[in-house]
Design a protein around this ligand. Sequence first.
Ligand SMILES: NC(=O)c1ccc[n+]([C@@H]2O[C@H](COP(=O)([O-])OP(=O)(O)OC[C@H]3O[C@@H](n4cnc5c(N)ncnc54)[C@H](O)[C@@H]3O)[C@@H](O)[C@H]2O)c1
Length: 262
Amino acid sequence: MSLRTDIDGKRVLLLGACGVLGRRHAAILAEHGARLAIADRPGSDVMALAAELGAHGIEIDATDEAAMVAGVAAAVGALGGLDGAIFNAAVTGEALARQGGDPFPPFEEYPLSLWQTTMDVNLTGAFLFAREAGRALKAQGGGSLINVASIYGIVGPDHRIYDGQPFKSFPGYAASKAGLIGLTRWLATWWAESQVRVNSVSPGGVYNGHDARFAEAYGNRTPMGRMADKDEITGILIYLLSDSSRYCTGQNFAIDGGLTAW
Ligand SMILES: NC(=O)c1ccc[n+]([C@@H]2O[C@H](COP(=O)([O-])OP(=O)(O)OC[C@H]3O[C@@H](n4cnc5c(N)ncnc54)[C@H](O)[C@@H]3O)[C@@H](O)[C@H]2O)c1
């Protein structure tokens, strides 16, 4: 019998389930038979989304150590163990733009507080999640931990395409995502003999009703000539959660229409 490529019955915790991509990941993983615990910050609609998907819903603020410890334990308890865990939460440019204020000051005047807010969620949150979920995976003999990074953890942004847009690329984002790829490699070699596989996924820009000028400018940066569709990122998660990726650890998968290939 060959290795299974499906995720039917896999017990998976997804943190950061209520955003643009998280909602699609949750729905598609559920559609493929995963038994899901989904988490997002207090104030999100995670409990309603969980009810809709037949998943376990948990409120976790990724920056709160006690909430992470309790939340991951609750997921493991609800699912009766864990086969996979995905850290998808982040402070993103579009979320910052929606918050208003002046979230994209020039770097020369960039406030430490904004830098730290980003690091607290995107990198320290990932550290807390990896520690808690990874320990649970190790205790039961292995599993798959996936960190969602970004192309901007691999290559620098072309700042020109953000001219006139309400959102920009910002420094803590790139630094935290590069750090997350580094954390992924460190953990992969730390846990390799425990059969806990650790990989990262780096999506390119995903179309979410952007104006035509941005979509075209971004698309021109990619060999495939377009932004990603929301449903085009989850496939790599399915692969990494399935038994067919059993020999795969410490890798970063760019799902980016070829952007990082040229
Ligand atoms: N959408 C893209 O174009 C794109 C491109 C590259 C990488 N990514 C990455 O993919 C992931 C999902 O992106 P998205 O576009 O869906 O972003 P999004 O902003 O729509 O979703 C991010 C999610 O993280 C959650 N979150 C934020 N702070 C949190 C906290 N303190 N505790 C718990 N949850 C918290 C939000 O509530 C939200 O549900 C992110 O890691 C992002 O960096 C997205």
